[in-house]
Design a protein around this ligand. Structure first.
Ligand SMILES: *[C@@H]1O[C@H](CO)[C@@H](O)[C@H](O)[C@H]1NC(C)=O
Ligand SMILES: *[C@@H]1O[C@H](CO)[C@@H](O)[C@H](O)[C@H]1NC(C)=O
Ligand SMILES: *[C@@H]1O[C@H](CO)[C@@H](O)[C@H](O)[C@H]1NC(C)=O
Length: 286
């Protein structure tokens, strides 16, 4: 029985590795790292080489697509990883502390902007607080998120059976060419935390980084969104077709009855009321 309990305890403890660090060890590490740290200086050892910044995009939700303004509103986050040359340590010197979590205001962070922005122009994540995670080799992981509004050219010629492409373009706006090298960590947008939208389906989402002719790296997130057409078919297409079928029936009425004009007028008024209702239900249609 004792052996069984011992085995159970050992098994339960296995997934939780104990490194043995204490609060004192971590505090000492923090003091040592940050006592002479300057968060306004780019952490590059050699300024002839660019600082490599790996990016991944997490799509959380599609909030709206405003066709008239050509604006896509979505909630998303970036996962940004870079190496800070002055934030590495030897874990054994601090009771096996392999990583440290600090506030993003404590350290230097790259400012990544959405270039085809339709809202305030500020670095992603600047309107909220995020923590960063540093490992003992000096790699920093920062995951800012925000509600993004991006300009996307729309083509509604196939409405309501359309698919809209949208390209979000990110750039480290500050600095001269060759300071930052943006790298895409994955080929695809991460949908692990995505909440479905009933009007738009995400068909594909890919990410890639490219060097532009002026020597700046850009990070792209390309989405392809397919409209869910049922609502529009029921609300617009079907009533319009019914009314247009009703219209030629005017000629079946005998001339003597004198009702031709009144039926034609009724159909015309029905069109007016139908479109008026559609506009007030969803002002973004048409
Ligand atoms: C800095 O990087 C440049 C280009 O890679 C290299 O030629 C130079 O030797 C490096 N300097 C130092 C001090 O490492
Ligand atoms: C970690 O902290 C404990 C006390 O809290 C101390 O005894 C130990 O020496 C520290 N380890 C290192 C490597 O400094
Ligand atoms: C720190 O993170 C980087 C990037 O994720 C990884 O390559 C490296 O192995 C990590 N180092 C340690 C000591 O965990």
């Amino acid at each position: 029985m004792n052996r069984f309990i011992f085995c159970l305890v050992v098994l339960l403890q296995l997934p939780l590795p104990s490194f043995g660090q204490t609060l004192e060890n971590v505090t000492k590490l923090y003091d040592d790292l940050f006592s002479s740290y300057r968060r306004n200086i780019i952490p590059m050892n050699n300024h002839s080489e660019p600082i490599e910044i790996s990016l991944a995009f997490y799509l959380l939700s599609i909030n709206s697509f405003r066709e008239i303004e050509e604006t896509l509103v979505l909630t998303g986050g970036l996962s940004v990883i870079w190496k800070d040359a002055s934030l590495s340590w030897n874990p054994e010197d601090y009771g096996n502390t392999y990583s440290l979590e600090v506030d993003s205001t404590d350290i230097w962070i790259p400012w990544i902007y959405l270039i085809n922005n339709a809202k305030e122009f500020e670095p992603i994540g600047f309107d909220s607080a995020f923590r960063v995670y540093i490992n003992s080799s000096g790699f920093v992981q920062y995951s800012p998120g925000s509600i993004l509004e991006a300009k996307c050219q729309t083509d509604i010629s196939k409405f309501p059976l359309d698919t809209q492409p949208c390209l979000l373009e990110f750039l480290s706006w500050s600095g001269h060419a060759g300071t930052y090298k943006l790298i895409s960590s994955f080929d695809e947008v991460n949908l692990d935390y995505y909440t479905k939208n009933s009007n738009w389906e995400v068909v594909t989402g890919d990410t890639y980084a490219q060097l532009d002719p002026r020597g700046y790296y850009r990070f792209f997130m390309r989405l392809s969104l397919k409209r869910e057409p049922v609502y529009y078919i029921v609300m617009i297409v079907l009533p319009t077709m019914l009314l247009s079928l009703l219209n030629p029936l005017v000629f079946l009425l005998p001339v003597e009855s004198g009702e031709r004009i009144s039926l034609a007028m009724t159909v015309l008024l029905s069109y007016a009321i139908l479109f008026n209702t559609c506009f007030s239900i969803n002002s973004s249609i048409l």
